[in-house]
Design a protein around this ligand. Structure first.
Ligand SMILES: [Fe+2]
Ligand SMILES: [Fe+2]
Length: 402
């Protein structure tokens, strides 16, 4: 197996020594370089090829943001991770648009290892060179919402409670209003009106609330109402319907609440690549969509021809960098091509794929190109052909409710 090349940058020798000790047992798999400054790091990068850079934020001379911005420009294939002692996470996320991942010091070895490994194995899965280059060049990738990070931290803390999670969300008035509006929509079918986030968290569960927080946040970054032929409101309805349908289709096949939650989250995020294109390449994407209005090609083919990659690949790639669960990343990555995935029995990938195809057929107005259809060969392969009519009936029912 090829060793991964990883370079660690920190002005404090103590920190580097700590990392070296902590990661000693990774020596078989990783070849690690430790340096004290951004200048040294850039020197090493110019002489050897690296897979990952892990940098401190505050350093004299060139700081972490400047360093990673330079790396992004000159070595776009390198995964960029900030390991910082700074506590104001959001500020760092904003100032370091150049970082793919942010980790707080002190960092558990297991978390650092998992973060680096995930970033690397994802690169292997998404090894397509064009895709890597395209994503690395985008300068304003949506960030994982600060609220999501706060909720996760709360869940990890020893005295976490649903009530505290509710309080964290309540601090954000816009988010609170939007969540309550959704929770009170007909889809969830609660008999009495939900008036607080605490109630919503208790009724829906943390995973569903996290999925809502994430989608609401990324939509808030779109500063326009229409992109080419696509209305942003329609796109939002599409995200929500696919999330809702994927969840219910999963419920039909498996009562497992974890799989249902994952299907909802993956459905709520499945087209996030479109938002990346909208927020980064607005005009080019608009032209791309306009050119596809009467096309017989699929939207994925239209995007790939014009931009070098399609929204499912770019979306999956971003969610990987955010560190979302693999099941979500894969469902997003394969939602238009489940047959290329490893899924050989019914799972989250298939649930999202089917939900998207039903939503597209019932409400074709939000997209361009040939209609996405259920991949019958894939469904045949997983032995579920007889279930298609049942899913379709369920899907239509939900669309009428939403
Ligand atoms: Fe899609
Ligand atoms: Fe879609």
């Amino acid at each position: 197996m090829m060793k991964r090349n990883i370079i660690f940058v920190d002005d404090e020798q103590e920190v580097l020594n700590g990392l070296r000790r902590m990661l000693r047992d990774m020596r078989k798999e990783w070849s690690m370089t430790f340096v004290n400054s951004g200048t040294e790091a850039l020197h090493h990068l110019s002489e050897h090829s690296f897979d990952v850079i892990v940098s401190d934020m505050q350093m004299p001379g060139m700081d972490g943001a400047q360093l990673l911005t330079g790396v992004m420009k000159n070595y776009p294939g390198v995964v960029r991770i900030i390991l910082s002692g700074h506590s104001k996470k959001e500020m760092i996320l904003k100032s370091v648009g150049a970082a793919h991942q942010y980790l707080a010091k002190p960092c558990e070895p297991s978390i650092l290892k998992a973060t680096i490994e995930r970033a690397c194995s994802l690169r292997a899965m998404l090894a397509d060179n064009d895709l890597k280059q395209i994503v690395a060049k985008l300068d304003s990738l949506p960030s994982l919402p600060n609220l999501y990070i706060e909720i996760n931290n709360e869940i990890r803390s020893s005295d976490s409670s649903l009530k505290k999670v509710g309080e964290i969300i309540s601090k954000d008035a816009g988010m609170t209003a939007k969540i309550l509006q959704l929770v009170n929509s007909a889809f969830f079918g609660f008999y009495s009106r939900i008036t607080s986030v605490n109630q919503a968290v208790t009724l829906l569960g943390l995973d569903t609330v996290r999925a809502l927080v994430t989608s609401i946040h990324i939509f808030s970054e779109i500063k326009r109402t229409k992109v080419g032929p696509i209305g942003v409101e329609d796109l939002w309805n599409h995200f929500f319907s696919v999330g809702a349908m994927a969840r219910e289709i999963m419920k039909l096949e498996s009562g497992d609440t974890r799989l249902m939650d994952e299907s909802f989250m993956a459905g709520m995020l499945h087209d996030i690549g479109k938002i990346i294109f909208i927020t980064n390449l607005a005009e080019k994407y608009e032209t791309t969509l306009d050119s596809g209005i009467d096309s017989d090609l699929s939207l994925s083919d239209i995007e790939t021809k014009s931009l070098g990659a399609d929204h499912s690949s770019v979306g999956g790639y971003l969610l990987g960098l955010w560190g979302l669960p693999d099941s979500i990343i894969e469902a997003v990555f394969f939602h238009h091509r489940p047959g290329e995935s490893h899924e050989n029995s019914f799972g989250v990938i298939t649930a999202v794929h089917v939900a998207n195809a039903i939503a597209a057929r019932e409400n074709p107005g939000y997209t361009v190109g040939a209609l996405s259809e259920i991949d019958r060969m894939h469904i045949e392969r997983i032995g579920k052909t007889d279930r298609i009519p049942v899913w379709e009936k369920k899907g239509e029912e939900i669309l009428h409710r939403v």
